[in-house]
Design a protein around this ligand. Structure first.
Ligand code: COI
Length: 360
């Protein structure tokens, strides 16, 4: 389908230098030369798809997003594929989730076909930015914001959708090494019926105070407990979380307060294929503490697009630090990390439909 994307390119002479040192890429610091945008209005629907230089947005200071946070976003990655071309990993799931988030935030459904056409064209234009080193990729950040200049509390009638691209390496300062997490029983992230299962900026803004507590305790992430009883493990700051106790791989069910992660779904699918005993069930922090004490806690790892698989070496709960097994990367974490990257880079065939190669 023809989408008539207007394209305005940055002159060759004004292009930014592409960072080539993958060890210092980090996450979310570098952006490519271009971005994709389109607008929504009640009369025209999603219209005016365009690619233009990455530049500041011009918004009215009364814009809805700036006051009441009417915003949703996604995170996915493009990989330099083995043998040429570029691989996109399960991106349709990100756009499906984006539309569920839109519904929760009273944002009109995105025209997914237009957005995907824009995404592919944008990646083609900025393809030189895709890093080559293991664990590195081009991060894709689709975002929708409400832009009506109006201070009453109601859904905006106009929106801006945009996609940013940027080369990324490891999300955490630890690189791909095991991290420490801090169990918060002071603050909660979300409650069923709230916005916890939507990917919206406000969830992350509300997490910052606990993130500070985690950092003060020497940890890189918060492990959230359920809001009602402050008993069951739910999710980590930027990832879903999994526990291996003896031979059972356990993660929180999608209770309405946690983000339905694409990597979470991929891990569950792979682990089931490998014959691992997988349980989506409530798991209390007390059970995790007991397992750490009696040696049956074999692994904890986070999983998410940005972090991929992040093994956890220890967790801090109510002033006590508990080490996870020998504090190294667990066997299942290592296998999942390798397998997921192999699939993403096209070195191994994954399950049907997980990877789409776009030819450049
Ligand atoms: C992702 O994994 O893509 C995320 O969206 C996490 C992000 C908040 C850093």
């Amino acid at each position: 389908m023809e989408h008539n994307i207007r394209i305005e390119l940055v002159d060759e002479a004004n292009r930014k230098p592409i960072p080539r040192d993958s060890a210092s890429l980090g996450f979310g610091r570098h952006f490519t030369d271009h971005m994709f945008l389109m607008n929504y209005s009640t009369e025209k629907g999603w219209h005016d798809p365009r690619i233009q230089p990455h530049q500041p947005l011009c918004l009215d200071p009364a814009a809805t997003v700036l006051h009441y946070g009417q915003q949703v976003f996604e995170g996915l990655k493009a990989y330099r594929a083995e043998g040429g071309g570029i691989n996109l990993f399960r991106y349709q799931k990100n756009f499906e989730r984006m539309n569920r988030s839109c519904k929760r935030l009273q944002i009109p459904a995105l025209d997914v076909e237009k957005a995907i056409a824009g995404l592919k064209e944008l990646i083609r234009i900025d393809q030189d930015w895709i890093p080559t080193d293991e664990g590195c990729a081009l991060y894709v950040r689709p975002t929708v914001i409400g832009i009506d200049p109006f201070l009453g509390v109601r859904p905006s009638s106009t929106y801006l959708f945009y996609i940013l691209l940027g080369p990324v390496g490891a999300y955490y300062p630890e690189g791909f090494n095991p991290i420490s997490i801090y169990v918060s029983d002071n603050y909660v992230r979300a409650v069923a019926g709230g916005t916890g299962e939507a990917k919206t900026g406000g969830n992350y803004a509300a997490s910052l105070v606990a993130q500070k507590e985690a950092q003060d305790a020497g940890c890189s992430q918060v492990l959230w407990l359920d809001a009602r009883e402050r008993k069951y493990v739910e999710e980590v700051g930027t990832m879903n979380i999994m526990f291996r106790i003896n031979d059972e791989l356990i993660t929180s069910p999608l209770t309405g307060s946690i983000l339905p992660g694409v990597t979470r779904d991929s891990v569950l699918q792979l682990a089931k294929e490998w014959g691992v005993h997988v349980s989506e069930r409530l798991l209390s922090i007390d059970e995790v503490v007991e397992a750490a004490k009696d040696g049956s806690l074999k692994e904890i790892f986070g999983c998410g697009t940005a972090a991929i698989i992040a093994p956890v070496k220890q967790f801090v709960y109510q002033g006590e630090t508990y080490q996870v097994a020998d504090g190294g990367t667990g066997e299942l974490s290592a296998r999942l990390y390798k397998t997921i990257l192999d699939i993403q880079y096209g070195r191994t065939a994954g399950p049907e439909g997980w990877v789409e190669r776009i030819d450049m």
